[in-house]
Design a protein around this ligand. Structure first.
Ligand code: PEP
Ligand code: MG
Length: 589
């Protein structure tokens, strides 16, 4: 059985399926019926509750033992969860609600755990505050068992497998053991959804937008994932598996050859330097390894940090994180993007109302202007971290000059607070914006005067320019990054920034696409930020390009009227750069 989807992170994988179903409790107020058998009912409910707690405790012990060898940090989390589960105060209160107030078991569990979670949530101490996530985690575990809901945990994967899911959230991937994830297949999402960004960041092959694929696969079913062509083959015949084993070996060989370029200096054939930076979403060990082969961080998606837990990180925690990134890259710039929650990135504890069109809704800066407490906590943390390394701050989803003024106003308030508190910060920290809403791209003449730098977010720029939801697989063919209007608009912005001598970079997915980068260099853009997996292919291209050729390539685009024509043209130009490539270096099979 062959299924088709959108390949978002290149690679090939063969292995058993692991079907991931997340559990999201939906609890309402519920009581035991007032009947003559009440005593019997409450006794039964209490024994159901006790049984659920026992299963939850067994699960936690097993997870703790499994993690003890692999990841002691995670084992500690499960140990703490066991303590919560067996806490006498919590247990007594639940038992009283069921036995005396006739609460249905699930409702009693929800009420008491939530009460404790809220107590911690409202504490001033950041570390204590964080504990509320643990209470909610334990609550969900008990409720899942109690309600008999089907669910599987990513931390339970015991052999390398292909993960099948409806969608994967950053909080899901926190529990993921990367060595176990051969590939990811999800029913929703597209090239620029958060799950795609994560998969590329972790270099895990991934295919998204495979509509209803979960109905066709079971745990353990052998599958092939061809994330070059976008094919998912379920239960393949032996001959096809053998064919794919050979393809996988060839793919690995090519990748290894290209990967050699990861550590070269990104200099063009005629000597011109082009900045190749990394997009990161955390300060995990894997992400920080990128400092060894990049010129800085062009985009730190700070919201991933917020989404990986269930609670808002406090000022200190954020300060430590931003500081770590800045110190790791040292004298190379790290551009921290302020929160971009909204769109496909939700955040549980902000209790955001559902919107019909979230990408056109209260997202990023718009949300920060509503929740200035959250915004200012982040700005203070960023300012404090700016005395370390070379930190810059960037605002996402700026749609007007007023947006920029307003964001700067809150930043100024934070500066004044820190001055008053005598807390040091870098008074010259560069402050820039993302150009991802077409309206602000058209205002580049003013932006260039008001911002210290800008970075073009091609993912959203394309979505808003083409009027195509970047996640909707039904309209994926209308999401044309190579549409001539994209290049026209970017050329316009690039010309203005070059004339004014202000830094401009590209940090959307096109910034990691060697074919598009060729053309952007020709427009005068000299800095690109991308997922780790794109660094080697982009550097490889740069070493073959000279400025005259780049200008010629970029000029050639102007007479082309459609996206397929542009793709074709860029492909030919790209191949011509490697026409004389020696066979033994880049042999593909
Ligand atoms: C973009 O829109 O291109 C971008 C880099 O931001 P994100 O993908 O996080 O929306
Ligand atoms: Mg964006």
């Amino acid at each position: 059985m062959v299924w088709q989807g959108i390949p978002v992170s290149r690679g090939i994988a063969l292995g058993p399926a692991f079907v991931y179903t997340a559990f999201t409790p939906v609890m309402g107020e519920r009581y035991l019926e007032n009947s003559v058998t009440l005593e019997k009912d409450t006794a039964e409910e209490l024994s159901r509750f006790n049984a659920a707690v026992r299963v939850a405790a067994d699960e936690l012990t097993a997870l703790q033992q499994k993690m003890a060898g692999e990841d002691p940090g995670k084992a500690g989390i499960f140990e703490a969860h066991e303590d919560i589960l067996t806490d006498v105060a919590i247990m007594d209160e639940i038992i009283a609600l069921i036995g005396e107030e006739r609460y249905a078991g699930e409702y009693a569990v929800e009420t008491v755990f939530e009460k404790f979670a809220k107590i911690f949530e409202e504490m001033d101490d950041d570390i204590m505050k964080e504990r509320c996530a643990d209470f909610r985690d334990v609550k969900n575990r008990v409720l899942r068992i109690f309600t008999g809901a089907e669910s599987s945990q990513l931390s339970e994967m015991s052999e390398p497998s292909v993960i099948f899911a409806h969608d994967l959230l950053p909080s899901d991937t926190a529990a993921l053991n990367r060595k176990m994830a051969l590939a990811i297949v999800a029913e929703i999402g597209g090239n620029t959804s958060h799950s795609a960004i994560l998969a590329r960041g972790y270099e895990i092959p991934a295919i998204l937008g495979v509509n209803r694929v979960l109905s066709a696969v079971k745990n353990g079913t052998p599958v092939i994932v061809d994330a070059l062509e976008g094919l998912v083959i379920i239960d393949p015949p032996a001959a096809e598996s053998a064919e794919y084993e050979a393809k996988l070996a060839a793919f690995k060989q090519t990748e290894a050859a290209v990967k050699k370029y990861r550590r070269v200096e990104s200099r063009m054939e005629d000597g011109g330097r082009v900045g190749v930076c990394l997009n990161i979403g955390s300060v995990s060990e894997e992400e920080l390894e990128g400092a060894a082969f990049t010129d800085g961080v062009g985009l730190f998606r700070s919201e991933f940090l917020f989404m990986s837990g269930k609670d808002l990180p406090g000022e200190n925690e954020q300060y430590q994180t931003y500081r770590k990134a800045a110190e790791t890259w040292g004298s190379r710039e790290v551009i921290l993007r302020s929160l971009d929650i909204g769109g496909d990135k939700t955040f549980e504890s902000l209790n955001l109302p559902a919107e019909d069109n979230p990408f056109l809704g209260c997202r990023a800066l718009r949300l920060c202007f509503q929740r200035t407490d959250v915004f200012k906590t982040q700005l203070r943390a960023a300012l404090r971290a700016s005395v370390h390394g070379r930190l810059a701050l960037m605002f996402p989803m700026v749609g007007s000059i007023e947006d920029l003024h307003k964001a700067k106003y809150y930043l100024e308030e934070c500066r004044e607070e820190l001055d008053y508190e005598k807390i040091p910060y870098n008074k010259n920290m560069p402050v820039g914006i993302m150009i991802e809403i077409p309206a602000i791209a058209l205002m580049a003449e003013l932006v260039v005067k008001e911002a210290d730098f800008a970075s073009i977010g091609t993912n959203d720029l394309c979505q808003y320019l083409m009027a195509v939801d970047r996640l909707n697989p039904n309209v994926a063919s209308y999401y044309q990054s190579y549409h001539p209007a994209m290049f026209k608009l970017i050329r316009y912005v690039a010309g203005i920034f070059e004339r004014e001598g202000k830094p401009l970079s590209i940090c959307g997915e096109m910034g990691g696409d060697p074919m598009a980068v060729m053309a952007f260099i020709g427009m005068g853009i000299k800095k690109f930020s991308m997922a780790a997996s794109n660094v080697a292919p982009v550097k490889r291209m740069i070493t073959r390009l000279c400025m005259n050729k780049a200008r010629e390539i970029s000029g050639g685009l102007e007479k082309l009227g459609t996206a397929p024509e542009i793709e074709d043209y860029l492909k030919k130009q790209f191949e011509s750069l490697f026409a004389e490539e020696t066979e033994h270096v880049f042999q593909t099979n």
